[in-house]
Structures are given as C-alpha cells and as structure tokens.
Ligand binder design. Structure first.
Ligand code: SF4
Length: 354
C-alpha cells in the first residue's frame, strides 16, 4: 500500500496552461491530475519520468484542489474540454478515502464544463450521475487504457490494474447510462502488445463492448532511464536482449515511420472491419464544445487518416490549419483547400465564404 500525504497545492495550479494545440486523442484544451503519484504503478507509464520517487510509493492528496479549480475555471472558456488524464489515475485507491475526483466533477458539473475522464477503475461508476449531469449540459466522456485482453499477459504488464474484462464491462455500463466511452491503446509496445493476433482480440473485445471509439499511440522512450525501465519490464516478460528495441527506435525516442505506418494501417483496417471509430466520432462532440475546438478536431482527425494513408503532405496542411483555427488565427479562405470546407465554414460562421 502507498503512503498518503494530505497536502495543499501551494503555488501549483489545478489546471495545466491552455494547450497550444487541441489534443486529438482526448479532445482537450486543458489537462489536470487529481492525485500526484499513482498507486497502480504500471511499469510502462510515462509518469515515472516525472517522478523523483517511485511513482507508486507516495501519493499526494491536494485537499484544496476543488476550490482552486473552481477559482481557475473563471478564466476558462466554457467550450474548452478538460481532460482528467494526466500522470495519475483519478480513481486509484486513494479516491475511496478522499473523494477528490468526485469533488472535482461536482465543480465541473456546476459549470457544465466539457470533461473527459481516463481511468482503469470501475469506481468511476459511483460517479455516473455526476457524469450524466455534465453530459446533459455539454459533454462528458470516459475512457479506459487497455493494452491487451490476454488474461496471462495483462497481470504481467499491469499487475495492480483491474482486469481488462472488468474495464470493458465498466465502459459498457457507462454507455448504457448515456455516457460516450472510448478505449486508449496506450502504449502500443513493439513485440509485446502489437502482434496481429493480440490487436485482433483487443479490438474485437472493444467492438463487443460497443465502445464508441479507440485511439492508440506507440511507446515513447525519451531517455535512458525509461529505456532501462522498459528493458527491466521486458526481462520479466520474456528473454529479450537489451538491444531489443534498436531496430524500431534506433537512437530516437519514437518508433520509426515505417513501423508506425504499417501498424496504423493494420489497426485501422481491423477497426473498419468491426465498425469501430479510430478517433472520437464527430457525432459525440458536435455542438458540445467550442466551435473552434470542434473544427480543429475535425481537421486533426482528417489529418490522422491522411497520414495513415500516406498523404503526409495533406496531413501537414490540415494540422497547420487545425492549430490556426484552434488559436483563432486562421484565414477563412484557406479552409476552402480542405474537403471539410463546407462543414468548417458553417461551423465557424463563415457560410458566406463557401
Ligand atoms: S494507472 Fe495510468 S497513470 Fe497510473 S501508473 Fe498506470 S498508466 Fe500510469
């Protein structure tokens, strides 16, 4: 069990600064974490990179977080989505005692602020009524991270996390309650959970659970410390040599383009066959977040599909336009370059330009 420290935020803000670009996975303009430290301590988690102590050893409980958030929200656009997704699970065991996540959702519900929660814990179901309240006013989405549905591999990858089947049941129950739900396949780890058969089983399970969408990205290895951690994890999973990742990463922190494109194509093809959306579909966020954010997301999601189809040049243009739209620096005429022009121009109030 972790050691809990009841504390205050002191000089730290409750919310991140507004993102310079909308997050295409989580639809967010801001992120926040509830607890600092994560008792689940998944070995592949990026949060180890930001923690001086073992991530799962000490959990800071900032008791004044809800009040601080309420005050910071006064400067936040009501159409900006806040993702409770950063660096720790908001429904880790500490939540049973402190209920900080519940208090934060109450603050967000008071304002009807669009919200996304990323969690592996079914404790989120205890806050279904709050999520429904937010979703009636604007938008509430719940996502879970899922790396595999292999009952032998899952406990070896994330021994303290609830079993994959339980997470999918949790999403199904939220969906029945009217909350949009998604799965984050984060991260795809070469040779660990990226095999065709593993992906096929996972995506089939997502489709069976009727999740609204899936997203994925590939393991980042930004420094030697993380590489060492990954090598330790791999040694526990099998007998991989230390040089195991070099063919895919070389000396880079991200997978090479060939590997990314090939795996993206495989996942997209599989999702198409299962009628699974590969990003949050427009019907989920249409009219529920700020029009500029909505338009920027449409462009980013289109760019993702273009890039995956090898149309890198078009993808770059769409991404640049997305950032300009999001930041309000776009030229309406430039939007006519895209296939989405009629939708974007209407959304942004430029029907006359079309
Ligand atoms: S539950 Fe999420 S935040 Fe916590 S350690 Fe695992 S991956 Fe990281």
């Amino acid at each position: 069990m972790a050691y809990y420290i009841r504390d205050a935020l002191h000089d730290a803000p409750a919310l991140s600064p507004r993102r310079p670009t909308v997050n295409e996975f989580f639809l967010s303009s801001y992120t926040m974490s509830i607890y600092s430290g994560c008792e689940l301590g998944c070995p592949y988690c990026d949060s180890w990179l930001y923690s001086d102590r073992p991530l799962n050893e000490t959990i800071n409980v900032p008791l004044d977080l809800p009040q601080r958030l309420a005050s910071e929200l006064e400067a936040v656009d009501r159409g900006d989505l806040i993702a409770i997704s950063a660096l720790s699970d908001p429904y880790q065991p500490a939540e049973q005692t402190y209920r900080l996540t519940r208090q934060v959702l109450q603050v967000l519900a008071e304002r009807g602020q669009p919200t996304l929660v990323l969690t592996k814990s079914a404790t989120v179901l205890e806050d279904t009524a709050l999520l429904q309240r937010i979703n009636e006013q604007s938008l509430a989405i719940v996502m879970t991270t899922l790396l595999t549905v292999d009952p032998h591999l899952a406990p070896r990858l994330e021994g303290k996390a609830p079993p994959p089947a339980l997470r999918l049941e949790m999403l199904s129950e939220l969906k029945r309650a009217g909350i949009p739900v998604g799965v984050a396949l984060l991260p795809v780890m070469p040779y660990v959970n990226d095999t065709d058969s593993g992906l096929r089983s996972l995506l089939r399970a997502c489709a069976d659970a009727q999740v609204d969408f899936v997203i994925w990205d590939y393991l980042h290895i930004p420094n030697e410390r993380h590489r060492f951690r990954m090598n330790e994890m791999l040694a526990r999973l099998g007998s991989y040599p230390v040089s195991y990742y070099r063919d895919i990463y070389g000396e880079q922190p991200v997978v090479n383009n060939f590997y990314r494109q090939e795996r993206d194509e495989t996942i997209i093809t599989r999702c198409n066959g299962l009628a699974l959306e590969v990003r949050a579909p427009h019907r989920i966020f249409a009219g529920r977040i700020a029009p500029r954010n909505e338009a920027a997301l449409l462009l980013k999601h289109a760019a993702f599909r273009d890039r995956a189809s090898g149309r890198e040049h078009i993808a770059i243009i769409q991404r640049e336009l997305a950032d300009q739209v999001y930041n309000g620096t776009y030229d309406p005429g430039a939007l006519k370059q895209t296939a989405l022009a009629p939708t974007l121009l209407a959304l942004l109030g430029h029907g006359d330009v079309a």
